[in-house]
Each structure stands twice: as structure tokens, then as C-alpha cells.
Design a binder for this molecule. Structure first.
Ligand SMILES: [Zn+2]
Length: 647
């Protein structure tokens, strides 16, 4: 039985303490291209500078050093790229221009970007820019960068017209309502997206105007928040504010202006952080995606200030959410909230489980914890969520995204409309599939970490090394990595052995190594590598069961990293588009499963004719199971009610 509970807190904290100790070593800064600000390297006047107190022990490569090869990730990325290309800059700028008193005759977008929606601008001037910037880093798509540069320039005119540094597609009066605690949706949430979009345009595309603009927005934010007492600001933080703390921290990391860090910490919500710092799970009743970004901000405060309290907050939170509040897919939330005490999920199944933004933000948080510790169990979670929640929630045909991924049996997937949904999850999805290159490989000074088995190329130009990873994973149960080296070079290559591996083996240049490594660890191959060296890794998959933590008779079947779904009849096109989720009660009834407690996976067997396809055995009706991420337009079942018969 696979359960997140196997991830013991004691082991985790031991690792954390060891990593914290080594963080006191002097920083080693390596010349590197400009990249993600969380990676603590920025370039100023051609010099490498860092404002991080706690640099990551292991770091990702700049996305432009990694390219995806063929496979599900490339298909998702290309669908996203096609979608981003379909959005005209004039339509994206429309509501910003109207708000700034600049004429616009463009056709307005709909959904959450409609001219009367209080969240307008979050996608058009925010997520869109982040997604284009990330996609440029991942693919080198110059046309997309040009479109995003056009949007930045258009927004620059709006900001100039509005004066005061304020920039939004809605009137500044929304912030009066926020201050007076009158009804308003989420003004700072929206402003965060715009600031992050501009900062990403600077970091990944070198757009200097975007950096000036985001600093003006930060100045406006400093003025607004600085006029409020601490208690008043805490009340303002009762309204969702996204990752304001994170983007202001990143602005400090990029500019070195410590004032931004001070403003960032005005977004610390005391009543949320205090219990986490004391290791108390008081998450019940909270709106999930309001809070994960606040913990990402805490992770950044830890990195930038060295205050260990913030690390406590981030690690305790991550552990509670992953161990006690996540489903087999790695997703969390039901109806957007945590409604129960820890470990109670069996009652939390319905059509609106696991909002996609939550998966996006948990994966983002996971990267920080991994950067501090290189703990392979963090990458087990990352892989679980990538393969089961992120792949399969973008429609490969048109790049539209899902909002919730329903995990109650008998529902189906619903995708947004291209121009008339533009939800929060459209935004985080647009970013997600643009940055699938960012976690496959990490490194430190003299070792490489291969975290994900995805067909890809890595150009470690600083070392004169290139790696070609060829795999059809997960259709293929393993991978092959070929080295090219300018000069023979010594390097420790760490291959992740996932939690689900049922044994495994590795060959170097055709010769099998006598040793292997246990699940949830890295297998280290430390030697001098030369051009043509080839690593062949075999990771056998098997069927296993993931039960609800509080009800072992509610089970999902998995194969290796993949959640399997029973596939039922197709749904119509009308049913597939436009809604956040299917209506409660519209689910198809699915049969209970009869199983043998001593052989919990014996009710499923592989289909001899098709890879990653399974059939039920000995049930009232035959059911075909496939990976959940392959189900797009059919009703499906992930969790089954299982009736255990003793053999
Ligand atoms: Zn969302």
C-alpha cells in the first residue's frame, strides 16, 4: 500500500537539520546565465551578485540549457505555445487601456478577463507575460517574446497615464474598498500576477522597461501598505493576495534594494504563520490556493534573510499538505478548501476536488525545499504531481486548461473556453507547461541530479558537457543517457530511484554495475566521463494500491508513477468545455470492485496487446484502465469502493 504517511517527519527533519548546517558554508557562486531569481544569481554590470543568505545546495539549470524531446511533456508544451500564440496583444491590453483612459476598439476577452470582472488583468497583463517569458526560455520562441514585449510596452503607456506607479485593468478605487474592508474580489492577487509577469519578462527576456515598471508598482504598493497600521494591514490580508510576498522578495533578489524585502514582509499573515511555526495543523477551513503562495513567500524570506522560523513554516506546511491532505495524484483541496482534520480524505471526493492552481503552487514550493536539501522524496512528490495532475489537465488539442480535476468516480474533465474562461487555473497552467524544462536536471559544483525521466537534452556549457536523455518514459521503464564531453571530466551523476521502483539495474557502456540503490534515493555514478559514454537505467514498474488514509476500502490503482483510471463512455463536446466542473449528481454510477485482501492488485492485469493499458479481472463488468493523464473526453473513475473478500 502506498501512502504519503510513509514519508516520516522524523527522517525529514533529520535531513533538514543536516542541510541547514551545511548552509553555513561560504557561498560558491558560479558564472551562469541570467535565470530564475530564486536561484540566487543575478547579473549587474556584467558581474555575478547574490543577495541570498541561504543559497540553494542544488540548483536547476537555466531553462535555455534544457530542451524537451518528444513525449507527453512536449505535446503539452506545444499545446500551450499554440494557445499563447492565439491571444492577440490588442485584446489582452483592452481593459488596461480603458482603465487608463486610452482608446481601444479591440474585442474584449471574456470570463475572468471580461470588462466587468473584478479580477480582470490577472491573465492578460500577468500570467500571460510570465507564460511567454518562461516559454521563451524553454523554447526560444522569438515571435512569442515579441508579442509579450508589445504587451509590456502597451502596459507601460497605461502605467504612465495612470501616474503614481499604479497599474491594473481595474480602477484604483478597488483598493479603497479593500482598505475599508468592503466587498471586493482580490485586488492584490491580481496586482501580484502583473508584477510577477513583468519581473519574468525582465529575468527571462531581458526587458528592462518591465523591470522599471514592476519597481514603480512596488513603490505604489509600499505607499499603500505603509499608510496602514500593522493591525489594519493584517485585516487587509484577510482578502486573497496571491504571492505578493514572493514577488517583492524576488524584486529584492534581482535589484538588491532591501526596501522591497521590508515591503514583502508586510504581507506576512500572522494568524496563518504562527501555528505553522509551532507545528500545529490549523489548516481546516482555509481556502487552499490563497495560502500556498504565502508559504512560497516564507520560503523566499528564509532564503533571503536566513531566519529559520520561515524554513520551519515552509517544511511543516509542506509535510502536512503532502502527508495528510493530498490525494493519489498529488493534488490537494476539495471545493477549493481543506474541510477536514488531517488525514481525513475519504469524505472529500466530488466533482470539485484538487484545483489545478494548488498543484502548480505545491510543485513550486517543493522546488524550494529540494533546493535546500536535495531530498529525493521531494522529487517523488514532484513526479507524482507532474504525471498525474499536470499532464492530462491541459487539452492537447487546443491548449485549454482545467480548473478542478474531479476524483470522485464517474465524472469527466471540463476545459475552459479559449477566450471566455481565462480562470486562475488557465493562468497557472499557461505557466506550468511553459516551464517543464526547469526541474528535470539540478546540479551542484561537481554533481548532476537527474530528477525526472523525460526525453531531453542538457547543455552544461560551463563544464563543456552535454547530456542526451532518450526515453519514452513512462511507456518505457527506464532511460538512456549519452554523454558528450569537450574534455574527459569527473562528475557524480545522481540518478533518482523513485519510490515506486520494483528493483532496477544500471549499465555503463553496456556493462552492468553490481550495485543499485533503494527506492526514494539517488544512485550516484562518480567517475570520469568522456564522449560516447552511455548510461542505461532500468526501473521496473508494478501495480500498487493507494488507499484513502482514513478508509482502506476506498482505493486507487497505480502502475509505477501513474494513477490509473477506469475509462468509461465518451462525453459530448458541450460537456467538455466551459464549466469549472461537472454538476454534482451528474456522475455515472461505477461498480464496486471485488478484491482479495491478500493480493490487493489481483483485480487488474496488464493488457497484453497495448502498453499502459489494463483490464479488470473477475468483476461484474469488464473495465479498461489507462493512465489518468490519457483520459481527456471520457468519464472515468480513480477511487473505487473495494469489497475485500478473503481468499
Ligand atoms: Zn486556479
Amino acid at each position: 500500500m502506498t501512502r504519503f504517511g510513509q514519508f516520516s517527519r522524523r527522517n525529514f527533519m533529520t535531513t533538514a537539520v543536516a542541510a541547514a548546517g551545511s548552509a553555513l558554508l561560504p557561498k560558491v557562486l558560479m558564472a551562469s546565465p541570467r535565470q530564475d531569481p530564486v536561484v540566487d544569481i543575478t547579473q549587474k554590470d556584467g558581474k555575478t551578485v547574490s543577495y541570498e543568505k541561504i543559497p540553494w545546495q542544488v540548483r536547476p539549470f537555466a531553462m535555455k540549457q534544457v530542451r524537451l524531446g518528444e513525449g507527453s511533456c512536449k505535446i503539452a508544451m506545444e499545446a500551450d505555445r499554440q494557445y499563447l500564440h492565439s491571444l492577440p496583444p490588442e485584446r489582452l491590453l483592452h481593459t488596461f487601456r480603458i482603465n487608463a483612459g486610452i482608446a481601444s476598439s479591440a474585442q474584449p476577452l471574456g470570463g475572468w478577463e471580461a470588462p466587468d470582472c473584478e479580477l480582470r488583468g490577472h491573465y492578460a497583463g500577468g500570467h500571460y507575460l510570465s507564460a511567454c517569458a518562461l516559454m521563451y526560455a524553454s523554447s526560444g520562441d522569438e515571435d512569442l517574446k515579441k508579442n509579450a514585449d508589445t504587451v509590456v510596452a502597451g502596459l507601460g503607456n497605461c502605467q504612465a497615464a495612470l501616474k503614481s506607479g499604479y497599474l491594473s485593468a481595474f480602477p484604483i478605487e478597488f483598493f479603497d474598498r479593500l482598505r475599508e474592508r468592503q466587498r471586493v474580489w482580490a485586488p492584490f492577487y491580481t496586482v501580484h500576477k502583473i508584477m510577477a509577469g513583468l519581473l519574468d519578462m525582465y529575468v527571462y527576456c531581458g526587458n528592462e522597461q518591465a523591470l522599471e515598471m514592476v519597481q514603480k508598482m512596488a513603490g505604489w504598493t509600499a505607499g499603500y501598505t505603509g499608510s496602514l497600521s500593522y493591525d489594519h494591514m493584517q485585516r487587509v490580508l484577510g482578502t486573497e493576495y496571491g504571492g505578493m510576498g514572493e514577488v517583492l522578495s524576488n524584486l529584492y533578489a534581482v535589484t538588491g534594494k532591501d526596501y522591497y524585502l521590508e515591503v514583502a514582509q508586510r504581507f506576512d499573515k500572522q494568524q496563518f504563520f504562527d501555528p505553522l511555526a509551532a507545528h500545529r495543523d490549523e489548516l481546516k477551513g482555509l481556502h487552499v490556493n490563497t495560502h500556498i503562495p504565502q508559504v512560497i513567500a516564507a520560503a523566499r524570506y528564509y532564503e533571503l534573510t536566513g531566519e529559520s522560523r520561515y524554513r520551519e513554516i515552509a517544511e511543516y506546511f509542506w509535510h502536512e499538505v503532502v502527508s495528510e491532505r493530498s490525494y493519489c495524484t498529488g493534488g490537494t483541496s476539495n471545493g477549493e478548501s481543506w474541510n477536514t482534520d488531517p488525514g481525513k480524505l475519504s469524505t472529500e471526493l466530488g466533482p470539485s476536488t484538487t484545483e489545478c492552481c494548488c498543484a502548480y503552487n505545491m510543485m513550486k514550493l517543493t522546488r524550494h525545499l529540494f533546493g535546500w536539501s536535495a531530498d529525493p522524496r521531494l522529487m517523488d512528490y514532484y513526479e507524482r504531481t507532474l504525471f498525474n495532475h499536470r499532464l492530462g489537465t491541459i487539452n492537447p488539442e487546443d491548449g485549454t486548461m482545467m480548473y478542478y480535476l474531479p476524483l470522485a468516480a464517474g465524472y469527466w474533465k471540463t476545459f475552459g473556453k479559449p477566450f471566455d474562461s481565462l480562470w486562475c487555473c488557465t493562468g497557472t497552467g499557461s505557466e506550468e507547461y511553459a516551464k517543464l524544462t526547469d526541474t528535470i536536471y539540478f546540479h551542484d559544483a561537481d554533481s548532476l541530479y537527474v530528477n525526472l525521466y523525460l526525453d531531453s537534452q542538457l547543455d552544461w556549457s560551463e563544464k563543456g558537457l552535454r547530456f542526451q536523455q532518450e526515453t519514452r518514459f513512462p511507456e518505457e521503464q527506464g532511460t538512456t543517457i549519452t554523454v558528450s564531453a569537450k574534455n574527459p571530466a569527473r562528475l557524480a551523476i545522481n540518478l533518482r530511484i523513485p519510490y515506486w521502483a520494483q528493483g532496477g539495474s544500471v549499465k555503463i557502456n553496456g556493462a552492468a554495475l553490481p550495485a543499485f540503490s533503494s527506492p526514494s534515493s539517488y544512485l550516484t555514478l562518480d567517475r570520469v566521463w568522456k564522449t560516447g559514454d552511455k548510461i542505461e537505467l532500468s526501473l521496473p514498474m508494478g501495480l500498487h494500491i493507494h488507499s484513502m488514509p482514513d478508509d482502506e476500502t476506498i482505493q486507487a490503482a497505480m502502475y509505477g508513477p501513474l494513477v490509473l483510471a477506469g475509462r468509461f463512455e465518451a462525453v459530448t463536446k458541450d460537456m467538455s468545455y466551459g464549466d469549472y466542473e461537472p454538476k454534482p449528481g451528474d456522475q455515472r454510477k461505477v461498480p464496486d470492485i471485488i478484491a482479495d485482501a491478500s493480493k490487493p492488485t489481483a483485480w487488474i492485469e496488464p493488457d497484453a496487446k497495448q502498453s499502459l493499458t489494463f483490464q479488470t479481472v473477475g468483476q461484474s463488468q469488464p473495465i479498461t484502465l489507462v493512465p489518468l493523464n490519457k483520459v481527456i473526453h471520457e468519464r472515468y473513475a480513480v477511487y473505487w469502493k473495494v469489497d475485500n473478500k478473503s481468499a
